[in-house]
Design a protein around this ligand. Structure first.
Ligand SMILES: CC(C)(COP(=O)(O)OP(=O)(O)OC[C@H]1O[C@@H](n2cnc3c(N)ncnc32)[C@H](O)[C@@H]1OP(=O)(O)O)[C@@H](O)C(=O)NCCC(=O)NCCS
Length: 189
């Protein structure tokens, strides 16, 4: 049983423990060790800066109340039509159980409600499991050729149209919408 709720400053210790428990992710994406201060960055949504963005941080908790996943996203950033996924992370040992899919579905619903027509993110080239996950969820490379030849630490942008849930098909691969505005360059997830 998964419980989703917004994360606040009161969850700082749980977020710090969550981040410290998965050093491989920080090493893979940022080429450094994790730090408890990473929790502050997530809570402050510093990556989005000021402007029209409305950042959000959502946690997934298991039946024991353990934080097993989180997603950080911003609606209407970096363009008014875009929902940007900053970080989607699931606790090792809780993966391949649909946690990330559930978190993404929530963010997508919020993006749709805010009038966003596309979801966008950046994935670090050498993060193969994440690449597989996003492709499975229907995301496409903004620059497919570059994605094939990227340097290991290069941030590669992926996107797909927002899929408004109607009949349980959300999350399945969808054809790209040629009418979407070209996304701007983002920051790594
Ligand atoms: C990527 C990540 C968020 C996926 O979380 P998850 O909860 O395991 O994902 P889900 O269970 O919702 O997976 C949905 C589908 O995506 C695909 N998928 C997920 N992880 C995969 C992997 N490691 N390899 C290949 N396919 C994968 C599968 O098709 C999966 O369905 P299945 O398990 O029925 O085969 C998780 O591996 C993670 O936290 N990684 C470290 C942080 C990270 O890299 N985040 C992304 C930053 S861009």
């Amino acid at each position: 049983m998964l419980r989703l709720r917004p994360l606040t400053a009161e969850d700082r210790a749980a977020i710090a423990e969550f981040v410290m428990n998965d050093p491989d992710h920080t090493r893979t994406c940022f080429d450094r060790e994790p730090s408890p201060a990473d929790a502050d960055d997530l809570l402050s949504s510093a990556a989005y800066g000021s402007g029209d963005a409305s950042p959000a941080l959502l946690g997934a908790f298991d039946a024991e109340g353990t934080l097993v996943g989180l997603i950080d996203w911003a609606c209407r950033w970096p363009t008014p039509a875009t929902g940007y996924i900053g970080l989607l992370q699931v606790r090792p040992g809780h993966r391949r159980q649909g946690v990330a899919t559930a978190l993404l579905a929530h963010a997508e619903e919020a993006a749709a409600a805010a009038g966003c027509r596309q979801l966008m993110l950046a994935v670090i080239a050498r993060n193969e499991p994440a690449r597989a996950f996003w492709e499975r969820l229907g995301f496409q490379w903004l620059a497919p050729q570059r994605a094939r030849r990227a340097a290991p630490l290069e941030a590669l942008v992926m996107h797909r149209p927002v899929v408004v849930p109607q009949d349980g098909t959300r999350g399945e691969a969808q054809p790209a919408d040629a009418a979407l505005p070209a996304p701007a360059v983002g920051v790594p997830a």
